[in-house]
Design a protein around this ligand. Structure first.
Ligand code: ATP
Length: 227
C-alpha cells in the first residue's frame, strides 16, 4: 500500500518576529488534525519578502519560550534555514529537507495570506513548491487567490491530510476547520510602539518577559509597570 510506512512532516516556516498566539494556535491545531505527523517550526534566516526586526537568536529564544506554554505539543524547532545562507527560499529548504528525509512526505504549512501573495515578485516560481512537496493552507484572513494561482491549486486539492501520504508531492490541503486568530507580528510590533510589553495582547507570557529582559522592539521606551 503506497505511503504505508511514510511519515508526514508538516513544516511551519516563518519569521516568528515575534512568535504569537496565532502561531501557537496553528501549531496546536496541526497536532490535533494530524496527531501522527512531525511538526517542524522553521524560523527563517531572512525572508526575501520582508525585513526581520530582531536577530535569529532572539526569535529562536522566543519560539522556545512560547512553546513552553503548550507542553502537550510535540514540536521540532528546526534550525535548517538559520544554518543556511540568507535569504531563505522555501523551495531550497524543501529540496534540502527532501534529501534529509527521503522516505517521508513533506507539506509546507502557510496561512492563506501567503497564498494570496504568490503572484508577487518574491514568490517567483511558487508552483515549484508542489514539485518538491505538498502545501497545507490554514485559514487566516480569507483565501483570495489570483486567477492563475487558483487554476493551478484547485485540481490539486485533497480533502484531508491523510490523503497527503499517498504521494510525495503535488497536493494541497485547504484546512477550513481552523478558526482564524486575528493576530499578527506586525500588529504586535505596532502595539509595542504605544504601550508597555506587559499590556500587549497576543503574546505568551515567556515572550513578554524575554522582550522586556532584552529590550526588544523598542520596549525600553515604556517602563515596566509596577505590580
Ligand atoms: P508579520 O505580521 O510580520 O508579517 P506574521 O504574523 O504573518 O508576521 P509570520 O512569522 O510571518 O507571522 O508567519 C509565519 C506563518 O504563520 C505564515 O504562513 C503565516 O500565514 C502564518 N500565520 C501567522 N499568523 C497567523 C494567524 N494568526 N493565523 C494563521 N496563520 C498565521
Amino acid at each position: 500500500m503506497p505511503g504505508k510506512n511514510r511519515r508526514l512532516r508538516l513544516i511551519f516556516g516563518g519569521s516568528f518576529d515575534p512568535i504569537h498566539v496565532g502561531h501557537l494556535a496553528v501549531t496546536a491545531h496541526l497536532q490535533q488534525q494530524c496527531p501522527d505527523a512531525v511538526i517542524h517550526i522553521m524560523p527563517n534566516h531572512h525572508s526575501p519578502g520582508k525585513k526581520e526586526q530582531v536577530s535569529a537568536t532572539h526569535r529562536l529564544a522566543m519560539i522556545k519560550g512560547g512553546l513552553t506554554t503548550l507542553p502537550q505539543l510535540k514540536v521540532l524547532i528546526d534550525e535548517t534555514e538559520l544554518q543556511r545562507p540568507a535569504p531563505s527560499y522555501t523551495i531550497d529548504t524543501l529540496k534540502f529537507l527532501r534529501s534529509r528525509y527521503p522516505t517521508d512526505t513533506l507539506a509546507w504549512v502557510m496561512g492563506d495570506d501567503v497564498v494570496n501573495t504568490f503572484h508577487q515578485h518574491h514568490w517567483d516560481g511558487w508552483q515549484k513548491l508542489l514539485s518538491e512537496g505538498h502545501l497545507y493552507i490554514m485559514m487566516r484572513s480569507g483565501l483570495q487567490m489570483a486567477t492563475d494561482v487558483q487554476q493551478f491549486i484547485e485540481p490539486r486539492v485533497v480533502t484531508s491530510a491523510d490523503d497527503l501520504l499517498s504521494t510525495t508531492t503535488g497536493s494541497v490541503v485547504i484546512d477550513t476547520t481552523f478558526t482564524p486568530v486575528e493576530i499578527s507580528a506586525t500588529g504586535i510590533r505596532q502595539q509595542l510602539e504605544s504601550m508597555p510589553v506587559e499590556s500587549v495582547s497576543g503574546l505568551a507570557l515567556p515572550c513578554k518577559k524575554y522582550i522586556r529582559a532584552h529590550q526588544l522592539y523598542g520596549c525600553e521606551h515604556f517602563p515596566d509597570t509596577p505590580d
